[in-house]
Design a protein around this ligand. Sequence first.
Ligand SMILES: Nc1ncnc2c1ncn2[C@@H]1O[C@H](COP(=O)(O)OP(=O)(O)OP(=O)(O)O)[C@@H](O)[C@H]1O
Ligand SMILES: [Mg+2]
Length: 263
Amino acid sequence: MSADAEAPPEWSDELGPEDGMLVVSNLVKNFGGITAVDELSFAVQEGEILGFIGPNGAGKSTTFNCITGVYPPNEGAVWYKGENVTTEKPHEMVKRGMARTYQSFRPLDDRTVVQNVALSMVPDKLFSLAGLRGDTIQKAEGICELVGLDDRLRMSPDELPHAGMLRLELARALATNPEMLLLDEPFAGLSEPEVDAISDLLKRLRSDAGVTLVVVDHNMRGLFPLIDRGIVIRFGELLAEGTPEEIRSDPMVKRAYLGGGTE
Ligand SMILES: Nc1ncnc2c1ncn2[C@@H]1O[C@H](COP(=O)(O)OP(=O)(O)OP(=O)(O)O)[C@@H](O)[C@H]1O
Ligand SMILES: [Mg+2]
């Protein structure tokens, strides 16, 4: 980047493909008259656990959708491992090693928990279950064990408690063997001990499997013990970025979450 003093200030902040494992640069996404993501730039470093925080409607899921190819952005670029992936389709991002969970998801209730995980391993969901090989099911069982669903393998997903459903969604993402995992509100509706249990699991994914994580939440309290660094967005724009301590004491964040609403 040129250090030209005449350049507009945002130029000096512009991120390039080498600035992280994942780099989002000046991303814009409009829906009709709504700007859901507004010139958002940030980078995710390999091996980190990044919190992606913001109130309802801030643009968190839309950002994930643009990164993972669900929606094409109107402007801006996404680089993954140094390559421009701005126009890649979701299945191509999965092949490149990126997985994500969805805030609202629908497992197949006429399949068991382990079959749902196994089906996420095969690229074509229409592939008949009879065609799933024994080693696929075995691998799916291993993933279920990793996420703490090993005693619920043969249940139907609709028999799972809420926390179990979130674990299943995590297992389905892990079934694609990701290097980076984007989690859209993995703590929604969980009790504090359940948040701690999922946090421990996510830390193990990082330490044992080297997975890089981006974790969305509205609330900071559950997220702060987990993350190395966070970014806070509001109205699709970057509001603050830093360690949990830096975010907590950021005047802009305090103002946005009036009255100590960071909890
Ligand atoms: N497919 C869509 N069509 C039209 N508007 C959309 C669409 N998806 C998101 N929006 C709008 O974009 C804005 C950002 O929504 P988004 O779902 O990204 O927010 P969020 O930060 O994930 O919120 P939440 O915490 O409630 O999940 C909102 O105003 C939302 O209504
Ligand atoms: Mg959302």
